[in-house]
Design a binder for this molecule. Structure first.
Ligand code: GDP
Ligand code: IMO
Ligand code: MG
Length: 421
């Protein structure tokens, strides 16, 4: 069984937690896009891990973790992440595989990310400043350097020298910080020594694993509305976060994929700029007051809103979501009433799908349906039938409005706080 797991909203849906749960019965996990802009939280017992590049299956012994060709890798950050895990008793040796074709994030990408954001002024995207956009830009422009190059120091250094020369000129023209070749070269070759044993042809490895009957879980990062094609462009990330990205970002073809799991929160959050039609200050104040919804990567407060089924319906369509996982149900435990956006009105007309024109989307007004709250703690519930009746109705309602089968419910950050329907 090969499963693709995607975020069906704006990122941070709780993908890391659901991946960790599904890995109980899965052999291999593959990150297929994004980079260390991602922050996937997994809580096991008293320990909390935030994974940025390493797949969220790493905490399960004996599982293999692949970083596919579609990911952009900051080698220095990856070594730091590996060291951080090792210091907590988790080794990646014998578990981690890195695609030779994954593109490398350099400090000039981060500097460009930062300086371009400054130039955008009020129109800024609110990126994570991890250099993600500029790295994918180089990939598309065919000027990128890949992990394969890290295994050949001489070739690597020559390519890096040329890239630093060009990027320093660009950085200077934009008022950004130029870089010193010798320093970057030294830092990256040091990281290369650590990473070289993991760098391989992951396409061939994955096909062989599938042939041997191994099950694979494809771990999406970000969310559908941050997708470069289907998201709220330009307020998006620079990769295909939707299910198709799992194919191009891993080299495993579509007919080998058996199911798509879409993860949503029982409400909506968004970090960074861009439209969020169902945003609610009241809900944001409540969740932030509970110490929830601060970014796992940048620590920024996430904007909060009600479930937007106009968005999740589109998400179900684009990703082909077979099964819906709903996280953070417990976040709504205290509410008397819960709203769900069921349609938008745009310039006086009712619409069922989000418009592609970002200005039109900004003019959309949500049409809400109100569900009755349950006002009881759900954190200790482990069976759908034991949830308060109102919570069951709410979950069935959002699944029906989304057009996907309700499958996994999460009522807390811990592994155990999960059950299927
Ligand atoms: P990801 O990027 O999709 O993996 O999500 P993040 O880790 O960035 O954000 C999800 C947050 O919700 C993390 O702090 C998780 O520990 C937390 N979380 C996930 N599921 C639940 C849940 O059902 N209840 C609670 N209280 N927290 C949850
Ligand atoms: P996970 O995998 C939420 C957002 C940024 C910004 C936009 C572009 O944890 O769900 P980028 O640095 O990618 O160029 O930023 O995308 N963003 C995320 N928001 N979760 C993420 O990842 C995100 N990764 C990027 O805040 O709005
Ligand atoms: Mg996250």
């Amino acid at each position: 069984m090969n499963t693709i797991l995607v975020g069906a909203q704006f990122g941070d849906e709780g993908k890391g937690k659901i991946i960790d749960v599904l890995m109980e019965n899965t052999d291999v996990v593959v990150r297929y896009q994004g980079g260390n802009n991602a922050g996937h939280t997994v809580e096991v017992g008293k320990e909390k891990f935030v994974l940025h590049l390493i797949p969220s299956g790493i905490l399960r012994p004996g599982r293999k973790c692949v970083i596919g060709n579609g990911v952009v890798v900051d080698p220095v950050a990856l070594v730091e992440e590996i060291r951080g895990l090792e210091s907590r008793g988790i080794t990646v040796n014998g578990k981690l595989l890195l695609s030779e074709n994954a593109h490398i994030v350099f400090p000039f990408h981060r500097n460009l990310d930062e300086v371009r954001e400054q130039h955008r002024g009020k129109g800024k995207i609110g990126t994570t400043k991890r250099g993600i956009g500029p790295t994918y830009g180089d990939k598309a422009a065919r000027t990128g350097i890949r992990l394969y190059d890290l295994t050949q120091p001489k070739v690597f250094s020559a390519k890096l020298k040329a890239r630093i020369k060009e990027n320093n000129a660009i950085l200077k023209s934009l008022g950004g910080k130029p870089l010193n070749f010798a320093k970057v070269n030294k830092d990256y070759l040091a990281a290369a020594k650590v990473l070289a044993p993991f760098i391989t042809n992951t396409v061939i490895w994955l096909h062989d694993a599938i042939k041997r009957g191994k099950s694979v879980l494809f771990e999406g990062a970000q969310g559908t509305f941050l997708d470069i094609d289907f998201g709220t462009y330009p307020f998006v990330t620079s990769s295909n976060t939707t299910a198709g990205g799992a194919v191009t970002g891993s080299g495993v073809p579509p007919h080998k994929m058996d199911a798509v799991v879409g993860v949503i929160k029982a409400y909506t959050t968004r970090v960074g700029e861009g439209p969020l039609p169902s945003q609610s200050k009241e809900l944001g104040d409540l969740l932030h007051g509970m110490g929830r919804e601060f970014g796992a990567t940048t620590g920024r407060a996430r904007r909060c809103g009600w479930v937007d089924s106009v968005a999740t319906r589109y998400s179900a369509m684009v990703n082909g979501i077979d099964y819906l996982a709903v996280t953070n149900l417990d976040g709504l435990d205290t509410l008397k009433q819960i709203k769900v956006c069921v349609a938008y009105t745009l310039d006086g007309k009712k619409i069922q799908f989000p418009p592609n024109d970002i200005d039109a989307l900004a003019r959309c007004k949500p049409v809400y349906r109100t569900f009755k709250g349950w006002q009881k703690s759900t954190s200790d519930v482990r069976k759908f039938g034991k949830l308060p009746r109102e919570a069951q109705q709410y979950l069935k309602g959002i699944a029906e409005l989304t057009g996907a089968k309700l499958h996994i419910i999460s009522v807390g950050a811990q592994r155990e706080q999960t059950f299927t329907v």
